[in-house]
Design a protein around this ligand. Structure first.
Ligand SMILES: [Zn+2]
Length: 295
């Protein structure tokens, strides 16, 4: 009886194994890695991978490269070294520094026009400084965050754009400090300098503010003319190394002007830098004083 049982079990096992072999599942489809232009990676079955590639993904890592004239190109990572030897850069931040620099500054935003100014600056790897007003910071915190994340500098232009010379010392401090808090809430960074509204200040205003005031050396009067040609010619006829240029990101004419000024200044050998970088390049450590340019 015992022997019979052993034979039975052996048969049962043999059967199970062969039955399994017959119904063994088909092999899974091979998988493939695919790469998106913005650096994402997906591991997919081959047929899905082909769909992704048809929709603009790649079968090898790709990277965007940049030229100082604003051109960009998407290339295979394995070919990058060839392009880097031919005037391309991994990032606009890697562009070689020029001997001349100016600071473009935009006041009174952020507004619905600021993103277009940022698009242009980003395309050319240019930096600018935005002197923002509290009421607009609280209206458009996302735009300010974008400016900050693109490496733009954020300066304080007070909470309510009041003429500081007509305020008490405590009101001046409050106009500056409350806006600094709004800016910090939006970007995580507290600005370290202020542009007094209308450029109007006295030594008493400075003492109350307890921080540098950044003025300008080229006034485009874009707010008055609302004319791109006039703004462009004002900047291009006057810009010299160390200038601080005043514009307002509140007008479509200023967006059009920016789109012409940025490539033209780069073409003329200027780096477009933040106020802090301009000061640093000129070896100036800012104190509690007014600065119109860094020359
Ligand atoms: Zn202003």
């Amino acid at each position: 009886m015992k022997k019979f049982l052993v034979i039975f079990i052996t048969l049962l096992i043999t059967f199970s194994i062969s039955a399994y072999a017959v119904s063994a599942p088909t092999l899974p489809e091979p998988v493939q890695k695919v790469y998106s232009p913005d650096g994402r990676i997906a591991l997919l079955p081959q047929s899905r991978a082909e769909e992704y590639i048809a929709a603009g993904w790649f079968d090898a890592p790709v990277v965007t490269i940049y030229k100082p004239n604003g051109e960009t190109s998407l290339v295979f990572m394995s070919d990058v070294h060839i392009h880097l030897a031919n005037g391309w850069y991994m990032s606009p931040d890697d562009f070689p520094k020029k001997t001349k620099a100016v600071a473009l500054t935009y006041d009174d935003g952020p507004s619905k026009y600021t993103n277009q100014v940022l698009d242009c600056l980003e395309r050319y790897g240019a930096k600018a400084t935005f002197f923002v007003v509290g009421t607009n910071v609280n209206r458009n915190p996302d735009i300010l965050r974008r400016a900050h994340s693109l490496g733009m500098e954020i300066g304080n232009h007070t909470a309510n754009h009041k003429r500081l010379t007509s305020l008490s010392a405590s009101s001046i401090a409050s106009e500056i400090n409350s806006n600094a808090t709004y800016i910090e809430n939006a970007t995580g960074i507290r600005p370290t300098f202020t542009r007094p509204p209308y450029g109007s200040y006295t030594s008493a205003t400075l003492s109350a503010a307890k921080q540098p005031f950044i003025l300008w050396s080229i006034d485009t009067l874009d707010w008055k003319t609302r004319n791109a040609d006039s703004t462009v010619s004002e900047v291009l006829s006057k810009a010299k190394d160390g200038d601080i240029i005043l514009m307002h990101d509140l007008y479509s004419a200023t967006v059009s002007a920016t789109e012409r000024i940025v490539p033209a200044l780069i073409d003329r050998g200027f780096d477009l830098v933040t106020v802090s970088e301009l000061a640093q390049r000129k070896g100036v450590t800012m104190g509690v004083a007014g600065y119109r340019s860094f020359k």
